[in-house]
Write a protein that binds this ligand. Structure first.
Ligand SMILES: NC(=O)C1=CN([C@@H]2O[C@H](COP(=O)(O)OP(=O)(O)OC[C@H]3O[C@@H](n4cnc5c(N)ncnc54)[C@H](OP(=O)(O)O)[C@@H]3O)[C@@H](O)[C@H]2O)[C@@H](O)CC1
Ligand SMILES: Nc1ncnc2c1ncn2[C@@H]1O[C@H](COP(=O)(O)OP(=O)(O)O)[C@@H](O)[C@H]1O
Ligand SMILES: [K+]
Length: 501
């Protein structure tokens, strides 16, 4: 799915109105109906709804939503804030329609703001994608009253106060429990700093014109099942193990062999043809017993990786390095030598990233198209601090372009970025995956896909998606609390099977 900017969304609405064709009033009706259907479906019991509208189109949605709920015999109280200047015709029509069946109460000043019962559902239709400046005045007071109430808050399209795709330093923003948004996800929903405003978000289809969505230019995407289907390659009947590449993983140290084993097992479960592992000598028996399908090569050092003296590096179709290697000086030397010798893209995680942060001059040694998989702290060490997460996306793009690499910035909606500025946000995964070893599992999956000759950026996008999907399947049986990284590996088969792989 594409993620579009506020101005693109406006163009999309316009194009749909002109070309479907459909009147803007009818489109507002469709959006409002989709919201009401979602609401009724979500809540078994709705005591009372309180709808707050301003006089833009988002408010127009709120008025139509009020009418549709009333027609379905729900108890509705509707308030209209008189602060915003414009009053588009569709909103006026909806206001007239609503005023025939209910008293719409005006809010001009603080005394007009109602008490909000904790058992009511507040529908936030104050501002939508047209918000152009921070909320002040009476609207700000309404936002504070809603946030202070204990009612369940459901935002229409976007929580009022949040910008679609840029940072708002002002914190007068609705803190919604749920956000029901139209057609496409918005960039702001995907950034952790906005989680408290957006709550659980859902997208409803309002039939915006498919051609216009197809033509809209964007660098942001939301990786969903349809993108994944377009990227995966099925196995040919006459394929053999040579078809699926030979991966090399470099990982482990004394006390951290588990990280290497997790990456090994996930690499094996992601379709690799052959897998070799370079480990410290102490890990030999551990590896051979826990992953007999993999071939072990031991370092001359007992407890850590040192020279990474691997003959004929070119025979490997992908190399992953990092899980559990530590940052000892001998390991750093070996790591640097691998950077100098490798000619194909590397997958670099964990301590591999920490070594790069300690030796930034090595970044220029990275083979083009390499994949780095930092979590936010690791990325900060590599690329520096940013004031907010919107700015971090700019830094992410610049970093990828400067070093011609792909970066997998891990999180709830992991962002996979490439050197030309595309960023794919992941749609799968859950908080149960916030557990030691999850990242090592991801390294194994991505290394496996690169080795199978997926273009590195696509391998990263797919790897992140399947990792999250396996995590979701694991959570379905284990829950969030008990989930461990091995459960993700155990559920990889189900995740691949879902896509006929
Ligand atoms: N277009 C369509 O067909 C469809 C649209 N849909 C719905 O429309 C929503 C977008 O509608 P919208 O563009 O009218 O924007 P909205 O956010 O309601 O308000 C903008 C108004 O508020 C004003 N204003 C801005 N900031 C302000 C502030 N801080 N304090 C005070 N005022 C402020 C701004 O004034 P201005 O910036 O022009 O000065 C303008 O007058 C979208 O989210 C979705 O819900 C759906 O029905 C599907 C079909
Ligand atoms: N709340 C969450 N929702 C979805 N995925 C998550 C969540 N928390 C963590 N993950 C995923 O789990 C993995 C954790 O990786 P990382 O931080 O490197 O952990 P570790 O180093 O312990 O392996 C990442 O792929 C991340 O996207
Ligand atoms: K809103």
């Amino acid at each position: 799915m594409k993620i579009l900017s506020a101005s693109h969304i406006r163009d999309l609405d316009k194009y749909t109105i002109q070309n479907e064709p459909i009147s803007s009033l009818e489109l507002m009706e469709r959006a409002s109906l989709s919201f009401v259907e979602w609401l009724i479906n979500k809540f078994d019991k709705i005591n009372k709804t309180i709808v707050f509208c301003a006089i833009g189109n988002n408010g127009g949605d709120g008025l139509a939503i009020s009418r549709l709920l009333l027609e379905r015999e729900y108890q509705v109280q509707t308030f209209i804030l008189h602060d915003a200047k414009s009053n588009p015709t569709d909103v006026e029509i909806n206001l007239k329609r609503l005023k025939k069946i209910i008293l719409v109460q005006d809010i001009y000043n603080e005394t007009d703001i109602p008490d909000i019962d904790s058992d009511s559902i507040v529908i936030d239709a104050i501002f939508g994608s047209g918000l152009s400046r921070p909320i002040t005045g009476i609207a700000a007071q309404v936002v504070h009253s809603i946030n202070q109430s204990k009612a369940t808050v459901v935002a229409v399209d976007i929580p009022s106060g949040l910008y679609v795709d840029t940072y708002n330093p002002n914190t007068t923003i609705i803190e919604a429990d749920f956000t029901v948004s139209f057609q496409l996800p918005k960039l702001s929903f995907l950034l952790p700093q906005n989680a408290r405003y957006v709550g659980e978000w859902h997208i409803t289809d309002i039939g915006l014109h498919a051609d216009a969505i197809e033509k809209a230019r964007t660098s942001y995407y939301y990786t969903d099942a349809s993108i994944v289907k377009s990227l995966v390659k099925k196995r040919d009947k006459f394929s053999h193990k040579g078809t699926f590449g030979h991966a090399l993983l470099v990982g482990g140290s004394y006390g951290k062999m588990g990280a290497a084993i997790l990456a090994t097992r996930s690499c094996l479960r992601s379709g690799i043809g052959l897998l070799s592992i370079h480990i410290p000598a102490c890990g030999y028996e551990i590896l051979q017993t826990s992953a007999p399908e993999a071939m072990a090569m031991v370092d001359k050092e007992e407890k850590l990786i040192s020279d990474i003296d691997i003959p004929d590096l070119t025979k490997y179709t992908a190399i992953g390095i990092g899980p559990g290697i530590g940052t000892a000086s001998q390991t750093a030397e070996g790591f640097k030598r691998l950077l100098e010798q490798a000619s194909k893209p590397l997958v670099i995680d964990a301590d591999g990233l920490n070594l790069l942060s300690e030796h930034k001059e090595w970044l220029t040694l990275l083979p083009e198209e390499s994949i780095l998989t930092p979590h936010p702290k690791e990325f900060e060490r590599l690329a520096g601090k940013t004031a907010n997460e919107y700015e971090r996306l700019d830094v992410l793009k610049k970093f990828c372009s400067d070093y011609k690499v792909n970066v997998v910035l891990k999180g709830a909606h992991t962002a996979v970025a490439n050197a030309v500025g595309d960023i794919y946000f992941n749609s799968t995964g859950n908080p149960g995956m916030a557990t030691g070893g999850s990242g090592d599992v991801l390294t194994g999956i991505i290394t496996s896909l690169v080795a199978q000759s997926y273009q590195p950026f696509k391998a990263a996008v797919l790897g992140v998606y399947f990792h999250g999907l396996a995590g979701d399947k694991a959570a379905a049986s284990k829950g969030y609390t008990a989930l461990i990284a091995s459960d993700i590996i155990d559920c990889l088969p189900q995740a691949f099977i879902e896509f006929g792989l």
